[in-house]
Ligand binder design. Structure first.
Ligand SMILES: Cc1cc2nc3c(=O)[nH]c(=O)nc-3n(C[C@H](O)[C@H](O)[C@H](O)COP(=O)(O)OP(=O)(O)OC[C@H]3O[C@@H](n4cnc5c(N)ncnc54)[C@H](O)[C@@H]3O)c2cc1C
Length: 345
């Protein structure tokens, strides 16, 4: 028999759920031992960074392993800085560390919650930059052997909010560190609308860092005050034909289109907003009043409140636009990660 441990403080949604046991891994060896212990005792195991991209839909009948493996190492080469960060480092602290060491290039990704080791999993992105633009390789622990493998970035299959770590490597490998490469010759990334106002010849990395931090603090609910997991849904990519049809019916909606290789990416938040769902709530879960892509925990929302609300949102968007919204947040049920689409239909 195990005592039950409260998970509310370990997920940014601040959803109350219980785990059978929780342990904190500060070394690769301990993390591996904990994974083996769980396996030998037929317990499901779940590696957590800072819990900013998960939704506990019910109690978790297994062992949560908090990854707190730390360490950053810089190597100086002719034209580049190569930086290795252990997976349990906080992402924003890592960016501050880079800024303090005059290593530039990651500033557009400032203030994204979570750990360095979680960043490759969904190829985090913001303000025109994605992790894949900086990543050189990812080090993983292969659970079947205990070996540490180096996966070069080109083999990580990074794409929009996706990578190999959500697929083949999801249950079999744990990320233990990430290698980054930064050109010493810095050039600003100003493609995103709000950053386009800066002059590329005079802007400094510190200005971009400050701007991104300010804008995120203004726009996004702070999980310390209001439970949330950032954008709940991915921005859907649809065919050009379908986008044209939507544009005809909702002409004002046109500015929300972004062209991508195989189709058109729509802003999920704009679709939800067009359905009049800002502020809509079920139980204590609500669509954020200003950022429709974000679901918040107003106080005592349960995982089930959030699932019901997400389902309502996705069904309403499907009805109005015939567009399927897919959750970006990872759903964790009693036995571990589940397919969120099973809850949306
Ligand atoms: C306010 C807010 C704003 C956000 N803004 C953005 C944004 O702009 N862009 C963006 O891309 N994301 C954003 N996010 C989402 C989130 O910050 C990222 O997905 C982040 O990388 C999650 O990190 P984490 O450590 O909290 O991961 P967790 O939530 O702890 O884990 C996420 C998943 O990864 C698995 N996992 C964690 N660590 C490991 C590991 N070492 N090895 C293998 N599997 C592991 C977990 O089991 C889980 O399935 C935002 C979230 C919030 C709350």
């Amino acid at each position: 028999m195990y005592p039950f441990f409260e998970l509310k403080d370990f997920n940014s949604f601040a959803i109350s759920a219980k785990a059978k046991t929780i342990s904190t891994a500060e070394s690769i060896k301990f993390l591996y031992q904990q994974c083996l212990y769980a396996k030998n005792n037929q317990l499901p195991s779940l590696i957590l960074g800072e819990g900013s991209n998960v939704l506990f839909t019910e109690d978790f009948d297994g062992m949560v392993i908090l990854n707190r493996i730390k360490g950053i190492h810089i190597s100086n080469q002719f034209k580049y800085w190569h930086v290795y960060a252990a997976s349990g480092e906080n992402w924003h602290h890592f960016i501050e560390f880079l800024m303090n060491n005059k290593i530039y290039g990651a500033e557009n990704l400032a203030l994204i919650p979570g750990c360095v080791g979680s960043a490759p999993i969904q190829n985090i992105g913001a303000y025109g930059l994605e992790l894949k633009d900086l990543c050189e390789y990812v080090n993983v622990l292969e659970l079947s052997t205990g070996y540490i493998l180096k996966i070069q970035a080109k083999s990580c299959r990074f794409s929009y909010r996706d990578s190999i770590f959500k697929h083949e490597y999801q249950r079999t490998h744990v990320i233990i560190g990430v290698g980054f490469k930064f050109a010493k010759q810095w050039s600003p990334r100003l493609t995103y609308d709000e950053l386009a106002l800066f002059n590329p010849k005079t802007v400094t990395p510190q200005q971009i860092f400050d701007f991104v931090c300010n804008i995120r603090r203004k726009k996004l609910p702070d999980p310390i005050i209001t439970g949330n997991a950032g954008s709940f849904f991915k921005n859907p990519v649809i065919s050009k034909n379908k986008a044209e049809k939507i544009k005809k019916i909702y002409p004002k909606y046109f500015p929300q289109y972004h062209q991508v290789n195989s189709g058109v990416k729509l802003a999920a938040g704009a679709l939800i907003d067009q359905c009049g769902l800002k502020g809509f709530k079920i139980g204590d879960a609500a669509v954020h009043m200003h950022q429709a892509s974000i679901i918040i925990n107003q106080n005592r929302a349960t995982g089930s409140d959030v699932v019901k609300l997400a389902k309502h949102v996705s069904q309403t968007v499907a009805k109005y636009f015939n567009v399927v919204l897919e959750p970006e947040v990872r759903f964790i049920d009693r036995y571990g990660e589940m397919n969120p689409m099973d809850c949306m239909l």
